[in-house]
Write a protein that binds this ligand. Structure first.
Ligand code: SF4
Ligand code: SF4
Ligand code: SF4
Length: 412
């Protein structure tokens, strides 16, 4: 198998195809500290793309309650278990480098299932039934069902915890769905890295469903072909009539009530690394502030969805889910520096994709201490620009305070 470089693993890995990288890459940051599990994103996607016959159980966007929930049920526990069985005790990180086996490396050795390109499994129909099973079920004391730890809510780690994990297809740099397709029906677009299934070429073998470790390729029984998130590509391209020719964020991003989502198009070098783009908010959060981390990087697909981990959750659980950068990312988020605080204001203030931001310094508002560290709040202004370099909006660190005039009292 050819060797490709996976920057999230810090090493080369085996992948069934040679390296080819797009000019730009669809990517996003979700701030899990803010998700309220309202499912507005889920419904925005469903009402746009998956409202037809045969798509009843298809949720390209879903929000599940961790640790117990999953769509399909137990998807991550199952693939982690398969990897552990393929490489017992070896799935570890050392000095930021993954020492274990990815789904591509473990696949061919999985002799119990016969040789195949990618390690995976096909969920049962029952497992696809609930988009948010075990909603709001928190972790309690070990061995005591339906009980909470009474003194369980104190930072840095709550003893009783859950959190919402919002998920879409990660439009991976090394997609497992694409690697597994015997018909070469799956492709990654050179202009934006969006991964699509060619509905004409697909014959419904479901190899993609089996191989995607995130279970974001889905089979439609009425048409007998597989489907997946299309990254709302008409919006991202700027060809949607609502976009006026400007690249626009996807439906699930734009509708997010909790303002947890920011999506962009990262500039990619020929070798697949992210080109330096210091004033791009995604580049800044992922590559400079290192506050956002990939979901299960150890799977090996180099997912392009990045998450700011929830700061109250058990660290070992988070490390398994987001890799070794968890402590650093939470520390950076808990006591944000001046630039990070300004960049965090960019989430969901507009619908166009932000290609660049600029910060205009404002006055000092107050000084304090957070988690034992000094913190100063400045009321800076942050300005967002679109692809053409035109200002989209500007906003401030301190939210403006509006007093509703008397005339509106009792007028609702
Ligand atoms: S998340 Fe799954 S379906 Fe999406 S590109 Fe990656 S492997 Fe393919
Ligand atoms: S990007 Fe578009 S197609 Fe994909 S999950 Fe979000 S709304 Fe659905
Ligand atoms: S709309 Fe936003 S806040 Fe609501 S569930 Fe989706 S990601 Fe979470």
């Amino acid at each position: 198998m050819p060797k490709v470089f996976n920057s999230q693993l810090g090493r080369h890995m085996e992948y069934p195809h040679e390296e080819h990288h797009p000019d730009r890459q669809f990517a996003f940051v979700f701030n899990l500290n803010r998700c309220i599990g309202c499912q507005t994103c889920t419904m925005a996607c469903k009402s746009t793309w998956t409202f037809s016959k045969g798509q009843e159980y298809m949720w390209w966007n879903n929000v599940e309650t961790k640790p117990y929930g999953g769509y399909p049920q137990h998807w991550d526990v199952k693939i982690l278990d398969l990897l552990e069985k393929a490489n017992p005790g070896g799935q570890i990180w050392k000095d930021g480098v993954f020492q274990g086996k990815t789904i591509f490396e473990a696949g061919p050795n999985d002799v119990s299932n016969g040789p195949k390109r990618v390690l995976g499994y096909l969920p049962t129909d029952e497992e696809w039934r609930f988009p948010n099973i075990y909603e709001d079920n928190a972790v309690g004391p070990k061995g005591h069902e339906a009980e909470y730890v009474k003194d369980g809510v104190k930072l840095p780690e709550h003893k009783t915890w859950f959190f919402y994990l919002a998920r879409i297809c990660n439009h991976c740099s090394y997609p497992a769905c694409l690697a597994a397709c015997p018909r070469n029906a799956i492709y990654k677009r050179p202009e934006d890295g969006i991964v699509l299934i060619d509905q004409e070429r697909c014959r419904g073998y479901r190899k993609c469903v089996e191989a995607c470790p995130y279970k974001k390729a889905m089979y439609r029984p009425t048409t007998r072909v597989s489907e997946k998130c299309i990254a709302c590509y008409p919006r991202v391209e700027g060809s949607d009539p609502a976009s006026n020719g400007n690249p626009m964020e996807t439906r699930c991003m734009a509708s997010c009530i909790g303002q947890i989502r920011l999506q962009g198009l990262a500039k990619i070098n020929e070798d697949g690394s992210w080109a330096e783009d210091r004033q791009n908010p995604l580049y800044y959060m992922i590559k400079v502030a290192k506050v956002a981390l990939p979901l299960y990087p150890q799977f090996g697909t180099e997912p392009n969805g990045y998450y700011i981990p929830p700061r109250w959750v058990n660290r070992e659980f988070l490390k398994q889910m987001f890799g070794p950068g968890v402590e650093y990312a939470i520390d950076a988020y808990k006591v944000p520096d001046r630039e990070l605080l300004a960049v965090l204001q960019l989430f969901r203030k507009g619908e166009q994709i932000i290609f660049k931001y600029e910060i205009k310094k404002g006055p000092k508002v107050f000084e304090t201490e957070i988690h034992g560290k000094p913190f100063t709040l400045y009321n800076d202004t942050v300005i967002a620009y679109n692809k053409k370099g035109k200002e989209i909006f500007r906003t401030q660190v301190e939210e403006p305070f509006h007093v509703r005039p008397n005339i509106h009292q009792n007028s609702i």
